[in-house]
Design a protein around this ligand. Structure first.
Ligand code: X8Z
Ligand code: ZN
Length: 621
């Protein structure tokens, strides 16, 4: 159950010790639970528990204590992340982490270490045992665990508090007029923050040491284990092969449009676009340059930013609008997660606290308490991020009745895909008109291509980025690339997959990957690549369930489907989500889509009119 953290807090399986998006509360919880159990309950005979005894033990005492500990650990983590420079809160979190680890270790040694999933007939128990066998970072001794925890927290802290002066006033007083990485610098598109690479070295070494103790060869292997597929790397590569030609057309088209705009200042003769002209600090999504590349400037376009401003939307209004969509499908109301009186943080505090701004969703493991933490800006991009985070919360709520060990996504990609699936429906011009965020829109072939281009700049542009982050980390963890090549290897992958290049010369004195939150924050990333494929599979299936799309009739294209108010779509989604991780993800996928495999065909089907258009246009040059 040691998996990486992610943007959802409490993922029992992670058991890492650090904070950030998902400071591994999981781990903490788990251990504590166990610990308490061991102390309070007349301990079952160590090792040799029969199948029934083990099952009973996990469903009762263990379940109760694990959930309670999860709540406690998440609270400590929340308190830290919403006030990261507070020494007392840092110390409390570190103590909770160590305490949990000690407990987890004891429990694991006494009961779980030697269990073999193959010894059990009961499918659910098999899955539980598979999970419980993995101890995670708690495998380290206290000194090393402290060092790892501090290194990881430190990296997150640097990421969250790094500041620069505005371009117009380079000698500014950093305590007064500076900009932080999220959200200000992100908005003005600055270059990467430089990291203390030695922290990363410590992190890599100790993380690997922990995973080797868990019988994995390195941390990358451990991360990939959560996908429960012996062919995972190949599967991922095959998906990339499936979408790469489309990405290449988009890249070529965008490159040409940028060349028209910037002329001789921009050199793309080598087929690579400089990373600073695509409108995003990490070059991960290109929606901010939509105005520059929109194919039909005269046709209708979607401008939600303007509508939000004009209608004086507040941050709270944006959350309520998102909640309303989920409720319209008969899904669970989620007002608690954005209710600031109940603890949520939906805006960047102005009281001087430094907080971890990267959006995250939290499950406090008590069946009541769910929170979103986000430094929301009032614009369309954040409106979509809200739907993304609400997708995590909806998943938490749907699987709340599962045993604590199964309160997780079917795989990490599922968790990241749910809110995005909803957002695909929300982002259709059809829906945005329904909720008045788009007005005076005239549908036409050209307008549809414009809308598809907007979506492609987010979803298709993201694919190689989503792929390369963990490809790079897998190579780092396995030692395939050594430290003296970390940065150059990063740029090799940026060139190979994204076809982007650094705007200024880079060297091994730079550590550009560290400017990405999930790298600094020990949060695995391939989930987002998987999610960007999966969300189109889910979307298509929900569209069919809603009667909004029929694959056999070409009358209404997939990209025009809006499943707002469809209880049938809501039912299908909730059936899949309620499974949590109690079944293999292929089973959940089959239930939700009829397919057992990750497949980019629905994505290509969705974008087909744009793909055809891009091929036609590009062939002229
Ligand atoms: O980190 C996130 C979410 C929280 S799980 C806001 N995302 C990735 C990123 O920002 O890099 C969503 C898309 C990719
Ligand atoms: Zn997420």
């Amino acid at each position: 159950m040691l998996r990486s953290r992610s943007c959802r807090k409490f993922d029992l399986k992670k058991k890492t010790t650090k904070s950030t998006i998902t400071r591994s509360t999981n781990f903490t919880c788990l251990l504590q639970i166990l610990l308490i159990v061991t102390l309070v309950v007349a301990s079952p005979a160590k090792s040799a528990l029969s199948q029934d005894e083990l099952k009973n033990f996990l469903a009762t005492e263990y379940e109760k204590s694990a959930s309670a500990m999860c709540t406690k650990a998440n609270e400590a983590e929340w308190n830290y992340e919403t006030d990261i420079n507070n020494k007392e809160k840092q110390d409390i979190l570190l103590n909770v982490t160590l305490e949990s680890a000690a407990l987890a270790k004891k429990y694991w040694q006494d009961y779980f270490k030697d269990l073999n999933p193959d010894d059990y007939q009961d499918e659910q128990l098999k899955r539980q045992v598979k999970n419980l066998r993995i101890l995670g970072n708690a495998a380290l001794n206290e000194e090393k665990l402290t060092k790892l925890t501090k290194a990881t927290n430190n990296m997150t802290n640097i990421y969250s508090t790094a500041k620069i002066c505005p371009f117009s006033n380079q000698k500014c007083d950093l305590s007064k007029e500076s900009l932080s990485l999220e959200p200000e610098i992100e908005e003005i598109l600055a270059k990467s923050t430089n990291y203390d690479e030695s922290l990363y070295q410590t992190y890599v070494e100790l993380s690997n040491e922990a995973t080797v103790a868990n019988k994995f060869n390195d941390k990358g292997e451990l991360w990939r284990d959560s996908y429960e597929s012996p062919t995972f790397i190949q599967d991922i590569d095959d998906l990339w092969t499936q979408v790469e030609p489309f990405y290449a057309e988009l890249h070529k088209y965008v490159g040409r449009k940028l060349k028209e705009r910037f002329g001789s200042k921009l050199d793309i003769s080598d087929g690579l676009i400089p990373a600073n002209v695509l409108g995003n600090m990490w070059t991960q999504e290109w929606n901010n340059i939509a105005e520059l590349v929109r194919p039909f400037p005269q046709a209708s376009k979607v401008d939600v930013d303007a509508a939000l401003k004009q209608q004086k939307y507040s941050v709270l209004d944006m959350f309520k609008t998102s909640d309303e969509f989920y409720k319209s499908m008969g899904l669970i109301p989620m007002d608690v997660c954005y209710n600031t009186s109940a603890g949520a943080m939906i805006e960047k505090p102005t009281d001087g606290r430094e907080v971890l701004c990267h959006a995250s969703a939290w499950d406090f493991c008590d069946g009541h308490n769910y929170r979103i933490k986000m430094c929301t800006n009032i614009n369309f991009e954040d409106f979509i991020v809200i739907h993304h985070e609400m997708g995590h919360i909806q998943y938490f709520m749907q699987y709340a009745k599962q045993l604590v060990i199964f309160r997780d996504g079917a795989n990490p990609g599922f968790h990241e895909a749910i809110g995005d699936t909803i957002a695909l429906s929300v982002s259709t011009p059809k829906h945005l008109q329904k909720i008045n965020l788009v007005k005076n829109y005239t549908d036409s072939t050209e307008a549809a291509i414009n809308a598809l281009m907007d979506t492609a700049l987010q979803k298709v542009a993201f694919l190689p980025f989503g792929l390369l982050i963990d490809k790079w980390r897998w190579d780092v963890f396995s030692g395939r690339v050594t430290q003296d090549q970390w940065n150059s290897h990063w740029w090799e992958y940026r060139k190979k997959y994204q076809k982007v290049k650094p705007p200024v010369e880079r060297s091994e004195n730079d550590f550009d990957p560290g400017a990405k939150f999930h790298v600094a924050g020990d949060s695995q990333y391939i989930a987002y690549f998987v999610a960007h494929i999966l969300q189109f599979q889910f979307y298509k299936s929900l569209c069919v369930a809603a009667g909004e799309y029929s694959p056999d009739s070409k009358e209404v294209p997939l990209h025009k489907c809006d499943f707002y108010e469809s209880k049938a779509a809501g039912d299908l989604l909730s059936k899949g989500l309620a499974l949590g991780s109690s079944k293999h993800w292929s089973d959940a996928l089959e239930l939700m889509t009829g397919s057992r495999k990750l497949d980019a065909t629905p994505l290509l089907e969705y974008f087909n009119p744009l793909y055809t258009y891009l091929k036609e246009q590009n062939s002229k040059y």
